[in-house]
Design a protein around this ligand. Structure first.
Ligand code: PMT
Length: 409
């Protein structure tokens, strides 16, 4: 599948660097050529000789090597590939890339390239979850950098959690999905995805909201767009950037979210992953509520918000062909979700546990059950991106099957 493709593999310092040797072998088996850039720290874990032997090409390390520059300047090195792959990518190299530094050969080719970049991070779990790394990854994703992993698991430093570099087979399949044009089974379909929390104003400075980060909803919007759908993402206030390749409408309240969904016009697919506040302040005040000495705290009267999912799922000529809701539960997950699917009138509901111990709100991973008229399908714990891709795949499958009317003909 990768015949004739040229990969520039940047190997930075980390115990996972040994897996890059296996990656080179597998890439070459599939017909790709591999040229390696080895950082100074990377050379502490794998030797230039091993990389050279497996890639059957010379290994580049030194930005100021006269021989390298006369044979292949670093700008050309970065352009002469179809894809740059960083495996393993350390927190340090990600930070330098996000900051646009060019202080060694690896950082320089990353800054100079006009080719897609795929990153396979590998680092200690605390480094991966550190606010600085989270912000750097977010910046790079916004710039269109592709990521694979990291995976959960036991680490060389005796800690457990996300930070292990993806396996060579996973990196290979991520490389194929970047380089080999994907089928676009949802081309011609229009979708609306809601994501994130809503904010319901109490007064100009206070609001009712929840812990949704938008990660799951945004990932679904991107996954549907990757399969060719024309997607409008209606997002509540989140810290995430607008995903590339689709239209994002940013809103605050449930009323605004509903209006934005309806304004998207006729759609084929609706996926409601937003954590919409069920209630809003009945009478938000124009001025800040003042605390008066000796007075009792004010009583907050609530009013019901519109139900966006139930509105979109209402039968009628405007109803999307497929309406998917989410059920966020802290108890009786599947039973409550089955009931919710019926009450809201959606076709599928994706049930997930949002009790604090689950880490679903704001976390990177999700454990879901897909509930439809056909029954309950429990998925393993996956990254939110993988849940999204799997769900988008199911949506595509749904549209590829003949409708009952077509089947009866
Ligand atoms: O954003 P993340 O941090 O990644 O977390 C993801 C998530 C937990 C928010 C997501 O996976 C999820 O479960 N989203 C639905 C949250 C929710 O509000 O669930 P619910 O069970 O309260 O609502 C059921 C469904 O009705 C949902 O599809 C919801 O979008 C929809 N709804 C609810 C109320 C309302 N007024 N309008 C709605 O459309």
């Amino acid at each position: 599948m990768l015949t004739g493709k040229r990969i520039l593999l940047i190997v930075s310092g980390g115990i996972a660097a040994f897996k890059s040797l296996e990656l080179i072998r597998r890439l070459r088996e599939r017909g790709a050529s591999v040229r390696c850039v080895l950082t100074e720290a990377g050379a502490k874990f794998v030797t230039p000789l091993s990389l050279q032997a497996l890639s059957e090409d010379r290994v580049y390390s030194d930005m100021f090597s006269l021989t390298d520059e006369s044979e292949m300047g670093h700008i050309q090195l970065s352009r002469d590939a179809d894809l740059l792959v960083m495996a393993p990518a350390t927190a340090d190299l990600l930070a330098r890339m996000a900051a646009g530094l060019a202080d060694d050969l690896a950082a320089t080719v990353l800054l100079a390239t006009d080719k897609p970049v795929l990153v396979a991070p590998a680092m200690n779990v605390r480094m991966w979850t550190h606010a600085a790394t989270v912000a750097n990854v977010e910046t790079l994703r916004r710039r269109g950098v592709h990521f694979v992993g990291p995976n959960d698991g036991a680490m060389a430093c005796n800690e457990f959690g996300p930070g292990r570099m993806s396996e060579p087979a996973e990196i290979l399949s991520a490389i194929e999905s970047v380089l080999v044009p994907r089928e676009q089974p949802l081309a011609g379909k229009r979708a609306v995805v809601t994501s994130g929390p809503t904010r319901e104003a109490i007064d100009p400075v206070r609001y009712i909201s929840n812990h949704s980060s938008g990660k799951q909803g945004h990932a679904i919007a991107s996954a549907l767009a990757a399969l060719g759908a024309q997607v409008t993402l209606v997002s509540g206030p989140v810290a995430l950037g607008d995903p590339p390749g689709l239209r994002t409408v940013r809103v605050d309240s449930a009323d605004q979210m509903l209006a934005a969904c309806l304004a998207a016009g006729r759609i084929d697919i609706a996926v409601c992953a937003a954590a919409v506040a069920d209630w809003k302040a009945a009478r938000p005040t124009a001025a800040k509520l003042k605390k008066k000495a000796g007075a009792a705290p004010p009583t907050l009267e609530l009013a019901l918000n519109p139900d966006i999912l139930a509105t979109l799922a209402k039968p009628g000529p405007q109803r999307p062909a497929l309406v998917v809701g989410f059920a966020a539960e802290t108890e009786n997950l599947v039973a409550n979700a089955i009931d919710k699917r019926r009450r809201k009138g959606c076709d599928w509901i994706v049930a997930n546990d949002v009790s604090p111990a689950s880490g679903t709100f704001g976390g990177e991973r999700n454990t879901v059950h897909l509930i439809s008229a056909a029954g309950v399908e429990s998925w393993p714990t996956l990254s939110k991106d993988d849940v999204a891709m799997r769900l988008a795949g199911r949506v595509a499958l749904h549209f590829s099957q003949p409708t009952k009317a077509e089947a009866a003909e």
